[in-house]
Structure formats: C-alpha cells, structure tokens
Design a protein around this ligand. Structure first.
Ligand code: NAD
Length: 487
C-alpha cells in the first residue's frame, strides 16, 4: 500500500480534532499526519492552522484580555485550578493518546498529565502581588505588576503536556490571555486538553492552534502578541529571539542542554549510579536537563561503571502501550536518525568501549519503530559529537578525570549551561565544586528535579530568562514603578 493510500485512510481523533479559537472548537480546512513512533507509521490526522487562523485567534485573545486582566488573581487562580483538576481527572483517558503520539510508557504518560496538573496548581498559587519598595522620608515607591497582554506559548515534543501547561498556568494566573502551539510531532493530547479548557475558562482566554514550524514563526512575528514563552532547541530559540526583536516582544527561552555530572571519589556510588541512570534514561533521555555527559574520578571509575551498567542494562524497552516498560521509542524520525548517527560515530572511534547496549532496533530510517537500546560508552573525549553536542537520547558517554579542577574545566567547556550536578558525601567539597559549574541549576547528590517554586533556566546558550518560582512568573508581568512624596 502506498503512503498516499495510508494518508487517505487516516482520520482525526475524536476529542482531539479541532483548534480552540475564542472558545470555539474549529477544525479548519487543512490537516497533517501524526506518526506513532512505536511503528514509524502515521495513525491520525491533526488540523493545521493557517495564517488567517492565527489572525482570528489573536483577535479573540486580545478581545478577552481586558476582562480577564480585570479579574482578581484569586479568581483567575480558581479557574486555573479548575482546569488542572479537569486534566488530572482525565489522566487515565488521555494517557493512551499521549503514549500513541509520543511513544512514552503508559505509566509515564499518566504521570505527565497528573504532575502537570499538580504543577499548574502550585504555579497559580505563587505570590504575584504588588510590593512597596520603600516608604520613608524620601517618599513612597511601589512596584506594581501588570499583565503583558497576549502570550504566545510554543512547546516542544518531549513533554508535550507538562511544558505547555506550565506556560498556561503562569500566563493565565498573571492575567494574560494565551495562544498555545504544540509541537507538530505531538499535537493531539494538547488539542484534547483544549476541550477541557473550553469547559472552564471564558472564551478567548486560552486558545490552542496546531500547526507546523511556520505557525511558530508567524507567532513570533505577529504584532498582536506581546510575549513569547518558548521551549525548544537552541537553534530555534535564536530564530525566535531574532524574530521577536522586530516588535520588541518579551521573551523567555528555555533551550537545550548538555548537562555534565561529576562523580567525586568520595561519592556514594550506589546513589550516584541510580540517580544518573534515572536522569539519563527517563523519557528515553529526551529531557533538556537530562544528564548527557558523566565525569567520574579515575579512582572510582571501575566500581561506579559496574553499578551504572547494572542499572542501565536492566531497563525494559518496548512500545509504550505495553505495561511495565521503562523506555519507549525515540519520539520522532529526525531525532532517531540524529541519535543513531551520534551512536554510530561514537562506536567507531578508536578506544570507544560500549559497556551496555549499542544497537538500534528500528532499522536505517526507523521502519520498525524508533527504538534505540539504552547505551553507555566509555573511552571518548570532548572532540566526539556525542560528548560535546546535545544527543537528546538514551546514549550516555562516561569520561574520567584525575582532578576536580580538571573536571570542572571540562564540564564548563561548552556553549550550553542548563544544568549540572556533583556527587559527593562531603557537603563543603560538593558546594565548592557546584559554585564553579556554569549552569542555571546545579544539583548536589541528585539531578533533574523540577519544582514549581524554584526558578529554572539556562546560562549561556541554554536560555534567556527563567520560568517557575516568583522570579519566573514575574516574566509574565510588566513592572510599573509608582512613586510619590511622603505625606
Ligand atoms: P524545536 O526547537 O525543534 O521546536 C520547538 C517548537 O518550536 C515546536 O513547537 C516547533 O514547531 C516550533 N518552531 C520551529 N521552528 C520555529 C520558528 N522558526 N519559530 C518559532 N517556533 C518554531 O525543539 P524540539 O525538537 O521540539 O524540542 C527539543 C529541544 O527542546 C531540545 O533541545 C531540548 O533540550 C529543548 N528543551 C528545553 C527545555 C528547557 O526547559 N530548557 C525543556 C524541554 C526541551
């Protein structure tokens, strides 16, 4: 059967077949195919927004803005919480669709939905009110925070719901209206969630448009959008920043990383191995703040590697719809081919040692699903792309060092600066090393914790600004200073 015939037989998924524009679910005229990464084959159609749809949605979001901004934060919090409750209540129903379009194991899909709902509630409870900077003989100076207007939220495919819903909660709670664009690789569960939003939010407050990369670019250039909250790759982040400059939009960029972890000689090796295996391979390694390079002190290299290999070789890989899997396929074919190329290049390097895994199961172009075995490779250096670029997949390089200064210098020798971590039983030593690592977050004896009250973001090319916590949510507000004399 030719590809054309397959596409002709595809249908939209009920409940995930429309954009949300001004409170109405609208299908539009065009559509594109969504692929199941466990088979490499298309399984459903998704509506594809046009530039006219974007103009319509911007008009709806602008129209809804004054009334939404005029509500109290408590009122907006209650509605964001109602949406979060709806998402949590629908987690069992939506998880199979999330697994089908994303590939992740069904338990992890369910967890993404429930954790996203939990984070929404926490974000919509942060302190966002006005402040008095000073009230003394020189006068009273207040810091007042206003919503920005219409926020354009552009999401990636690795956590389609969690990352999008963080933006939804922060934007809406602070009094903005919102236009959300999911990744074209994983749009369907987001469309299903938009149906839940239509049930609780006033028309035009939250809007969802599915479409390709062009739609993202149109959003960043649109005069009717005041801020772009973007999560995705460094390369696209730079395009977003350049395009947003024309209208001087506010931007928050959450971009890629190449997180290093340092295992010091005095580390608890059992805890380090367990934590590193979890951080590096959860979600198939497709996490911005996953551990992507391991540096271990030469003195403990052998026992550490033995423990790490034991953990990683025990991971169960298969279709996410089968219960009990730890890892599904890579989410999409370009990413599969990218990780496969990193793997093949690394394995062919002189001195490379594959300690576990090392093969792909999905064929040259992922015809059998985009599966790659969880892999650990030693014997590489920083000239190898697997080490110095962002692999975003389940292939982990382990390097060794002989002094902490050397390890810090090598960890920092990158244009990325998202996260890093250090494993040591000596708190003073760990803190000293942490302070030298140039990353937006440095974890000690753990890696990758994401908490709603803690600002998160990258140094260097890993981002611009922060999300989460009071610091992050303030980026959805415009600061106004009100100053008057005393008396
Ligand atoms: P991507 O940059 O390819 O796409 C992200 C989104 O941008 C998609 O919705 C896409 O359609 C849209 N887009 C594409 N071109 C655009 C343009 N010119 N203008 C505006 N929007 C455009 O990223 P991806 O492959 O979907 O996601 C993986 C990347 O995201 C990785 O690098 C990962 O590290 C990063 N990421 C970062 C964080 C973080 O918080 N720092 C979190 C998750 C993922």
């Amino acid at each position: 059967m030719g590809e054309g015939t397959v596409l002709e037989r595809l249908e939209m998924v009920e409940g995930a077949n429309a954009h949300l524009i001004g409170g109405k679910l609208i299908q539009g005229n065009a559509s594109f195919a969504v692929i199941d990464p466990a088979t490499g084959r298309p399984f459903a159609l998704c509506p594809e927004a046009s530039q006219a749809d974007l103009d319509a949605v911007v008009a709806a979001a602008r129209a809804a803005f004054p009334a939404w901004a005029a509500r109290t934060p408590e009122d907006r919090r209650a509605l964001v919480h109602a949406l979060a409750d709806n998402i949590a209540a629908a987690a069992d129903r939506l998880a199979p669709l999330l697994t089908r379009e994303h590939g992740k194991p069904i338990e992890q899909a369910r967890m993404e939905l429930t954790v996203a709902a939990h984070h929404m509630k926490q974000l919509a409870a942060l302190e966002i009110g006005d402040e008095v900077l000073r009230d003394d003989a020189r006068g009273k100076v207040e810091l007042r925070y206003h919503p920005l207007g219409v926020v354009g939220a552009i999401a990636p495919w690795n956590f389609p719901i969690a990352l999008a819903m963080h933006k939804v909660a922060q934007a809406l709670y602070t009094g903005n209206t919102l236009i959300l664009k999911p990744s074209p690789y994983t749009p369907l569960t987001t469309l299903a969630v938009s149906g839940l939003a239509a049930d609780v939010l006033p028309a035009g407050v939250m809007n969802v448009l599915a479409g390709g990369n062009d739609l993202g670019a149109w959003m960043t250039a649109h005069e009717g959008i005041d801020k772009i909250s973007f999560t995705g790759s460094v390369a696209t982040g730079k395009k977003v920043m350049a395009s947003a400059a024309a209208t001087l939009k506010r931007i928050t960029l959450e971009l890629g990383g190449n997180d290093a972890t340092l295992v010091l000689a005095d580390a608890d090796l059992d805890k380090a191995a367990a934590g590193i295996a979890r951080s590096g391979f959860y979600n198939c390694g497709q996490i911005c703040m996953a551990i992507k390079r391991v540096y271990v002190d030469e003195q403990v290299r052998a026992p550490f590697l033995e423990k790490l290999v034991e953990k990683v070789s025990a991971l169960r890989v298969g279709p996410g719809s089968e219960p009990g899997m730890d890892m599904g396929p890579i989410q999409n074919r370009p990413q599969y081919e990218k990780v496969k190329a990193y793997l093949e290049d690394a394995v062919a390097r002189p001195g490379a040692e594959v300690l576990t895994g090392g093969s792909v199961r999905g064929g040259e172009h992922g015809e059998g699903g985009y599966f790659i075995e969880p892999t650990i490779i030693a014997g590489l250096d920083e000239t190898v792309p697997l080490v110095c670029e962002e692999q975003f997949g389940p292939v982990m390089p382990v390097l060794s060092f002989t002094s902490e200064d050397e390890a810090v210098q090598r960890a920092n020798a990158t244009r990325f600066g998202l996260g890093a971590s250090v494993w040591s039983t000596d708190e003073t030593r760990a803190r000293a090393v942490a302070g030298q690592l140039m990353a937006g977050t440095v974890w000690i004896n753990r890696h990758g914790l994401n908490e709603s009250d803690v600002p998160f973001g990258g140094m260097k090319e890993s981002g611009y600004g922060r999300e989460h916590g009071v610091l992050g949510i303030r980026a959805y507000q415009e600061l106004q200073v009100v100053s008057r004399p005393t008396g």
